[in-house]
Design a protein around this ligand. Structure first.
Ligand SMILES: Nc1nc2c([nH]c(=O)n2[C@@H]2O[C@H](COP(=O)(O)OP(=O)(O)OP(=O)(O)O)[C@@H](O)[C@H]2O)c(=O)[nH]1
Length: 141
């Protein structure tokens, strides 16, 4: 059982993200653009869960906004999560796996996209919260 630690600033920050997996077993990552925190790092597409949203609804929205693709909650399989301090907030990062969507991903809100084999995620510069997720994802895919 994992305890969720509340920061003094309030509730943890819930972020929902996805490993889109293609027919060759590769995973899509996007590069954070220059104007954002952690610029240049590679991350899984996704974002903050807004008030009134489930993590799945938020992820469907984020994939439309960030990549221009369509999927549905039923196509999002919960995979693993990370629990990491961001300093002033505590991040809970929920990672899903998705193998079914329509459209071709485009970098609508990032500096670029690339498809990588799960083992090659270890060689990418990713946010600290993502590091423990890589091995878990490798074991699942
Ligand atoms: N989408 C996504 N966010 C991640 C990952 N790993 C990770 O630490 N995060 C963090 O989760 C938050 C996601 O917020 P967001 O994508 O909705 O918004 P944002 O980048 O504009 O946030 P910002 O205010 O930190 O710049 C960011 O603080 C981001 O750094 C990841 O793999 N994917």
């Amino acid at each position: 059982m994992t305890a969720i630690i509340l920061s003094q600033a309030g509730l943890p920050l819930f972020v929902t993200a996805v490993a889109l997996v293609d027919a060759d077993g590769r995973v899509l990552v996007q590069q954070r653009s220059a104007h954002r925190s952690m610029a240049g790092l590679w991350e899984f597409p996704g974002g903050k869960v807004e008030d009134g949203e489930t993590p799945e609804v938020a992820l469907v929205r984020e994939l439309r906004e960030e990549l221009g693709i369509e999927t549905s909650s039923a196509c999002l399989a919960p995979a693993c999560f990370a629990s990491e301090s961001l300093g002033d907030r505590h991040l809970i990062l929920l990672l899903y796996v998705c193998r079914k969507w329509s459209g071709t991903p485009r970098p609508l809100d990032s500096a670029g996209l690339k498809w990588v084999r799960p083992v090659d995620l270890h060689g990418l510069e990713m946010p600290p919260a993502d590091k423990p997720l890589i091995g878990l994802l490798e074991a699942l895919l």
